[in-house]
Design a protein around this ligand. Structure first.
Ligand code: MEV
Length: 290
């Protein structure tokens, strides 16, 4: 630590509107930051660095040590995000940590591209082969058009008049395993990955038409099912949301558990349907930095 006292940083959670998994292979994705975040607090302490988090384990410790010193810190992590549910909890943590570490070093607030550059090694520790979309949208906020590359394309786009309901399957998916599983099923599933890429391009053209966009989202779910990352519980949540009047619904994030994202005009009927089945659900909108 180069400065005494406590330093703070935060990072936003996200939802991938469309394009997950295919984005790992260079196709575009559209993601939105959400109004839930992770906060990190750093303070000096004598002895080895201590991590205080409800989810502290060896993987978390190794990932955080990409950015902070193994000695001399108390690291406190607080999150409003469900962990392992496809809402970008690891990216939000990486972004929060990078910002807190920069503040601790007396640096001026970092621009989002620099946050991205510093946070990606942390995300790689968590997920092995991340595309970077989660870190990019967590660092920037708003709605992002993203394409992997050196450097990646990160274009802020105007969100549509969107209202979302997030429905939680109640179980976590392991992004590292799911991404590795998709890699192992290639090249047999490449046509479906290409179809997801084309669908994202198409979705961008209809972003401001909830009915047309909803159709693309539901089709995206079908393609994600075909590449083997959905589960019966996620398929049921998609059906539940559509049955309650959503314009479209899909799993969001790596799948294998996690959440379903439903595009709605009115959140209440979908929330009521979720309640009646004992499914945890909440309404959310894109979050943009002011
Ligand atoms: C996870 O939010 C999105 C994935 O495409 C992985 C990645 O892009 O790093 C499944």
């Amino acid at each position: 630590m180069t400065s005494p006292g406590t330093s703070r940083g935060s990072g936003r959670g996200k939802l991938v509107l469309c394009g997950e998994h295919a984005v790992v292979y260079g196709h575009p994705a559209i993601a939105v930051a959400v109004d839930r975040r992770t906060d990190v607090r750093l303070a000096a302490r004598p002895g080895p660095t201590a991590i205080h988090s409800a989810h502290a384990d060896d993987r978390l410790r190794e990932a955080l040590l990409e950015v902070i010193e193994p000695e001399g810190l108390d690291v406190e992590v607080d999150t409003e995000l469900p962990v392992g549910r496809g809402m970008g909890s690891s990216a939000a943590l990486a972004v929060a940590l990078v910002r807190a570490r920069a503040a601790a070093g007396g640096e001026a607030p970092l621009d989002p591209d620099e946050v991205y550059r510093r946070a990606m090694p942390v995300e790689r520790r968590f997920h092995g082969n991340p595309s970077g979309v989660d870190v990019a949208v967590s660092a920037r906020g708003g709605c992002l058009w993203f394409r992997r590359g050196e450097p990646p394309i990160r274009e802020t786009i105007e969100p549509g008049p969107w209202s979302f309901v997030v429905l939680d399957s109640g179980c976590a998916g392991d992004t590292r395993e799911l991404v590795a599983g998709v890699a192992a099923r290639r090249p047999g599933i490449d046509a479906d990955l290409d179809a997801i890429g084309a669908l994202v391009e198409d979705a961008r053209r209809v972003l401001h038409d909830p009915v047309a966009l909803g159709e693309r989202l539901t089709h995206n779910h079908e393609l994600l099912r075909r590449i083997g990352v959905s589960t019966p519980a996620l398929d049921e949540l998609v059906a539940l949301a559509l049955g309650a009047g959503a314009h479209g619904a899909k799993l969001a994030g790596a799948g294998g558990g996690g959440v379903v994202l439903a595009l709605v005009d009115d959140a209440e009927p979908v929330l009521a349907a979720a309640r009646s089945r004992g499914v945890a659900a909440f309404a959310t909108r894109p979050w943009t930095a002011s």
